[in-house]
Design a protein around this ligand. Sequence first.
Ligand SMILES: NC(=O)c1ccc[n+]([C@@H]2O[C@H](COP(=O)([O-])OP(=O)(O)OC[C@H]3O[C@@H](n4cnc5c(N)ncnc54)[C@H](OP(=O)(O)O)[C@@H]3O)[C@@H](O)[C@H]2O)c1
Length: 297
Amino acid sequence: MSTTQELPSSVFIFGCGYVGTALARHLLAAGVRVGALTRNAEKVARLRELGLDPVIEGDLNSEDWHAALTGRYDAVVNCVSSAGGGLAGYRKSYLEGQRSILKWAQSQDIKSYVYTSSTSVYPQDGGVMVDESSDTAEAPPTGQVVRESEALLEEAAHLGRWYVLRLAGIYGPGRHYLLDQLRGGAEEIPGSGDYALNMIHRDDIVSAICSALAGRAESGIYNIADDAPTTKAEVLADLAKKLGLPKPVFNPAIVSERLKRRGGRMPNRRISNAKAKAALDWAPKYPSYREGYAALV
Ligand SMILES: NC(=O)c1ccc[n+]([C@@H]2O[C@H](COP(=O)([O-])OP(=O)(O)OC[C@H]3O[C@@H](n4cnc5c(N)ncnc54)[C@H](OP(=O)(O)O)[C@@H]3O)[C@@H](O)[C@H]2O)c1
């Protein structure tokens, strides 16, 4: 994790959700001035109570908020999500959102710009290991939009150092989809369990963002995943054992909403984090789901 001295003195966060709020807390504790934009009126007060200042209410994909954001910032973190709405929602938040931030950033003197992208850009199958040089041309439609929004940042390299962090599946305190699935008591788990789950703990994302914010690494794309991709069947069997529940049974004939969004099938590829570990001066504190879920179980 980067030291306080290495962090920029001010950071503006777009998308103060699960990751953005954890990041804000960490930066504030390290003495960094933190501002944020949210669409959510109720969230404005909560973020201000945490110590964020300013907190601006607005929809990222418009430019209405540009006039309200008058201060200058050393660094930007864009960690908005698609916020539902299918492919149109993806275009609105990821693509138009990125475009709007980059336009505003021209009036700033940004030293580092961090974008939390997603490993959903990798379409590979067959259990292969993928790294940042792997082809993304065949990504599903949502992955294509995410890839387009990455490209906007790459094209704006003149603005300062830029970091695309491709995050694996996020879990951590208050977000443990797999535990919920088991505890929900479903007799069968939708889909099949024979593909690799690539996961990353929330706190390891925060430390990776801070390493990028320190701005010492080369601009570029970095995969942020833990060290140990494991099949979903293995992870669920292990967690069920820890919870004292029967070994889960998968039913490939049941297609969940989540699976439908992925074209009915999850890609089976393992994400390499070697580049981030070598170049970002970062390593996950939770190297596998075992350490990460130990505290959550
Ligand atoms: N979930 C995963 O497993 C996963 C995997 C890979 C990558 N990622 C990426 O990781 C990042 C962080 O994810 P997260 O789990 O922290 O997301 P999250 O909890 O859903 O938070 C994202 C925030 O983005 C805001 N947002 C979305 N569209 C916006 C818009 N048009 N204008 C203003 N704010 C907008 C939302 O604001 P409101 O509160 O107003 O809705 C929300 O607070 C995202 O970029 C996501 O795509 C996630």
